[in-house]
Design a protein around this ligand. Structure first.
Ligand code: C2O
Length: 502
């Protein structure tokens, strides 16, 4: 476990998390990367040191702290070509930021190309010593962080045009693949009678997972760093980038139970321990479980989740009546060269958007990449509405898509598959699935532009992001220019100078 003040080395290493050896890009030399554990209010000083040399994958890097608002520290967001220049081999970058209000379950990952698919992903938890839901659980520690990930035997650099089919699903970095050896699985140890806060991290590149624990229900208390009114379910769909805290009571007879993370990718069906870990009660034999799946009777319904402390959605509570209303229509490029939003495919600009803003370019017509930067005024309410499907033959290609906004959590006033709007007590989160429904199933969310800076908004299926499924929300560029010129570290300025003149 690392604290909030630490070095984090990015290294190449050959690993075999499912019994198949492949080279990888790793934070701290492990998969997943080490847990970064902090307390609410902490100052972070994380020095990312790039020791990469294997040119079969990307050798430059950047690390993003997914879900952290980076209020007044946009420059530390870690997003290559949006908020910073990539860190070159043998370079380093000091992320120095404060997180005054947020607590909960987060993660970190490379934000350069598809590099995190090659391994650079890990959990980040901010513990709240005054957690208002602390009375609901007895145990919350390193052993209760559960990182779900898809794992590929091919390097991401070999898969850029698809298909993106995972070979295995890993839980805390261990799993098995079809036809592979009976590789070890993660064991989560519990004591009968105790209540555990499991922090589930959807550290996925593409796949989504249906998370269940045989014989146990899951009481959801957190979604993406936001506490929710407790809801009891027995399965949770976890999309790329999403996190949940669930309370699990060890109330079954002493034994072994499968923890299942069933992927939507093919050849991942549960058999002989694929896609799974083991929940082991103290006193149970050191054996694989024989527990049965389901029955599932407590369905997951995103529209039934409400914030523990409710403020309601900002602005006039009617669709399209925010100060700024934006429709983002995903599509496919006619040359099949990737995804578009409002007919534009995102391409990396020659200079990070933040650097453009610092140079005084604040108008949409000036900001690159052309057509992908949405300039937003300061301190206004924004409503974003996105249909599920690409409106092309073939429907929602590669869906369901999970979209993520940096710098904010947003109020999801309309969830996928539910036609009604809720401005009264909508779920607040930072990554939402736009689903697979046909036309007219818009996912709609709101946020307030109280955090100046360019924030990436993109599909968290990393291959989709890499193929253009992204825009930048340039929030209050004039205010961002003033703020960031004061707060950006020397490391930030040096990095961009070095890159510019390389
Ligand atoms: Cu998990 Cu652009 O981020």
């Amino acid at each position: 476990v690392l604290g909030p003040v630490t070095d984090l080395e990015v290294v190449n290493k050959v690993i075999a998390p499912d019994g198949y050896s492949r080279p990888a890009v790793l934070a701290g030399g492990t998969f997943p990367g080490p847990l970064i554990a902090a307390q609410k209010g902490d100052h972070f000083h994380i020095n990312v040191i790039n020791q990469l040399y294997d040119t079969s994958m990307n050798t430059s890097t950047s690390i993003h702290w997914h879900g952290i608002f980076q209020h007044q520290s946009n420059w530390a967001d870690g997003t290559a070509f949006v908020t910073q220049c990539p860190i070159q081999p043998n370079g380093s970058f000091l992320h120095s930021f404060v997180v005054p209000q947020q607590a909960g379950t987060f993660w970190y990952h490379s934000h350069l190309s598809t590099q995190y698919c090659d391994g650079l992903r890990g959990p980040l938890v901010i513990y709240d010593p005054k957690d208002p839901l602390a009375h609901m659980y007895d145990v919350d520690g390193e052993s209760t962080v559960i990182v779900l990930s898809d794992w590929y035997h091919e390097l991401s650099t070999q898969m850029v045009t698809g298909p993106f089919i995972a070979n295995a699903t890993l839980i805390n970095g261990l799993g098995r693949y079809a036809g592979g050896p009976a590789s070890p699985l993660t064991v989560v140890n519990v004591t009968q009678g105790k209540r555990y806060r499991f922090r589930i991290v959807g550290a996925s590149c593409d796949a989504w997972f249906n998370f269940t624990i045989d014989g146990h229900s899951l009481t959801i208390i957190e979604a993406d760093g936001n506490l929710v009114e407790p809801v009891v379910v027995d399965s949770i769909p976890v999309f790329a980038g999403q996190r949940y805290s669930v309370v699990v009571t060890a109330n079954q007879s002493v034994g072994n139970y499968w923890i299942r993370s069933l992927s939507n990718h093919p050849n991942q069906t549960f058999e002989g321990g694929q896609s799974s870990a083991i929940l082991r009660y103290e006193g149970a034999p050191d054996q694989d479980p024989t527990s049965q799946q389901g029955p599932y009777i407590l369905p997951f319904d995103e529209s039934a989740f409400h914030p523990l402390v409710n403020t309601g959605a900002p602005g006039i509570p009617e669709p399209g009546k925010a100060d700024v209303n934006i429709n983002l229509i995903p599509g496919l490029r006619s040359d099949h060269g990737g995804y578009t939003i409002n007919n534009v495919s995102f391409v990396n600009p020659p200079l990070p958007v933040l650097l453009q803003i610092l140079r005084g370019e604040t108008h949409p017509s000036q900001l690159l990449p052309n057509g992908s930067v949405y300039v937003l005024p300061f301190n206004k309410t924004v409503e974003v509405s996105i249909p599920a499907t690409e409106l092309t033959p073939g429907g929602a290609l590669g869906g369901p898509h999970a979209v993520h906004l940096h710098g904010h959590a947003f109020d999801v006033v309309r969830v996928s598959g539910n036609g009604s709007y809720n401005y009264v007590n909508p779920l607040r989160r930072d990554t939402v699935s736009i689903g697979l429904q046909a036309n007219n199933d818009n996912v709609t969310f709101r946020f307030v532009t109280d955090n100046p800076g360019p924030w990436f908004f993109h599909c968290h299926n990393d291959f989709h992001l890499h193929n253009g499924f992204a825009v930048v929300m340039a929030e209050a560029p004039p205010e961002a220019a003033v703020q960031e010129s004061k707060t950006a570290s020397n490391a930030w300025w040096q990095l961009c100078n070095a890159t510019e003149h390389r």
